[in-house]
Design a protein around this ligand. Structure first.
Ligand code: BG6
Ligand code: MG
Length: 215
């Protein structure tokens, strides 16, 4: 495969926002009297807002009206936005800027495929919005990861066929989405958890251009 584009997930890949999503869901679950652990949260990485809420409610055996769900999602999001209010370019994970520079030097396009409706805000605050050749996020798709839609939209926006794209993800749902899109999946995190990835690195800074080009 000759790589022509690398499409990155945002939360937990380029920056540490995954932990703030967890804190905000945990606070909501506590309020509802539902036990929600970091282990549970692994299942929710990459899952959109409504899907995450419903997973937690189901764990607690609760079924709520759509209006009540909307209120709880709004509450979680307000808390999440408060938690990420301080983020600056310093919150970008080490190695991201260097990798982006190398990719650009080799003429490889850079895309974003995020399940978050806050993705544009976060990349703006991280100071990297202008680095992307195309940004696809939850505001533009109907089907959440593990559906491949957001990765396919990014590839289309980049004008690169999926088989020439590599996707980079920290979430199980995201790795599945990349594989279903017909792309090569690189995992960030634990190789035992992200078993569907062809390679797993502990962090973006461990990715080398040579290895990406040899995928
Ligand atoms: C994903 C995160 O990127 O976005 C999930 O991994 C999060 O944890 C999801 O729930 C939706 O984010 P938002 O910002 O639209 O609520
Ligand atoms: Mg993620």
């Amino acid at each position: 495969m000759s790589c022509r584009a690398v499409i990155f997930d945002l939360d937990g890949v380029l920056t540490d926002t995954a932990i703030y999503h967890f804190y905000a869901w945990k606070a909501l679950a506590d309020e509802l009297g539902i036990n929600f652990t970091e282990h549970d949260n692994e299942q929710l990485k990459g899952v959109d807002r409504l899907g995450s809420l419903r997973w937690i409610l189901q764990k607690g055996g609760l079924t709520l009206s759509e209006a009540e769900e909307a209120r709880l999602m709004q509450q979680k999001n307000a808390h999440y936005l408060e938690l990420i209010d301080h983020i600056t370019p310093d919150n970008l994970y080490p190695g991201v800027t260097a990798l982006f520079t190398q990719l650009k030097r080799h003429g490889i396009k850079i895309g974003l495929a995020s399940a978050s409706k806050n993705a544009a805000f976060v990349v703006e605050r991280l100071g990297i919005a202008a680095q992307f050749d195309y940004i696809a996020d939850a505001n533009q798709v109907l089907n959440s990861k593990p559906d491949p839609e957001v990765f396919l939209l990014a590839a289309k926006g980049l004008a690169v066929a999926p088989q020439y794209c590599i996707g980079v993800e920290d979430a199980l749902a995201g790795i599945e989405a990349i594989n279903r899109a017909g792309m090569k999946a690189i995992g960030i995190g634990d190789a035992k958890v992200l078993s569907g990835a062809i390679r797993v690195y502990p962090a973006v800074k461990a990715i080398t251009l040579e290895e990406l080009l040899s995928v």
